[in-house]
Design a protein around this ligand. Sequence first.
Ligand code: C5P
Length: 239
Amino acid sequence: MEKQELLYEGKAKKIFRTSDPDKYWVAYKDDATAFNGEKKGTIAGKGTLNNRITSIFFRLLKNRGIDNHFLEELSANEQLVRKVDIIPLEVVVRNLAAGSLAKRLGMAEGTALPRPVVEFYYKDDALGDPLVNHSHIKVLEIATSAELAELEQKGLEINEILKAYLAERNVLLVDFKLEFGRTEDGRILLADEISPDTCRFWDAKTKEKLDKDRFRRDLGNVEQAYQEMLHRLGGDIHA
Ligand code: C5P
C-alpha cells in the first residue's frame, strides 16, 4: 500500500489517497482545537494515542457486529481505512448531562439521564455545527428518515457496547460523538474516530476527567489523561 496525495486536512487528522481507490490513509496529528477552532494548541503524543485508542475501539466494535471503516494500523499514528462519503452529521450519544446539553437544559454536570439521549449536529464549520432535528435534516437533504433511524439505532447499540466495555475498566462513558459514511454500494459504515478527543470519559470512582475537557478547560495533565485511557484499554505503547 502506497500513500499518495493529501486529500483533506482536518483539525486532528490528515487523509491521503492510496494506490487502492477503495482505501484511505489516515494520519493522526498532535494538534488540538476546541470551541469551533477558537482555542488551538498541541497535545504531545496525541496523534499516536488517538490512533491506538481508535484502533482498539473500532476492532472491538467490528467484533461485536458494528461495520466500520477501520482496516489496519499502519504505524504509531497512521491507519488504513475503507473509503466512504462522510454524512455531514455528528451523532452525539449521552448517558450523563455534560457540556452543551448541561448548558442548554440547565442540568448540573454529571446528572444521570434516565435514558440515553441521541442528538444530531450539522457538520458545518461556518455555522458552528448547529444542533438539527429530523425535519431540518430532511430539508437539508442530508439523510432520509430510514437512514436517520439507522444512525440512531447504531448510536444506541455502540453506546451499550462501549459503556459496558469501559465500565469493566473503571471508566464512565459520559457522552461521545460518532460520524458515519456511505460506501459506494450504499451501505452505512461507522467512520472517523473514537478517542478522548471525541468522547467524555470519567474515572468511575473519582470522576476525574480523562478526555479533551482537560484541554478545553485548562485542567492540565492532558497528555497523561489520554495515556491513562490507553492504559485502561490495555494498549500501552512500548518504546
Ligand atoms: O460539546 P458537547 O457537550 O455537545 O459534546 C458532546 C460530545 O461530543 C463530547 O464527547 C465531545 O467531545 C463530542 N464532540 C466532538 N466534536 C464536536 C463536538 C462535540 O467530538 N465537534
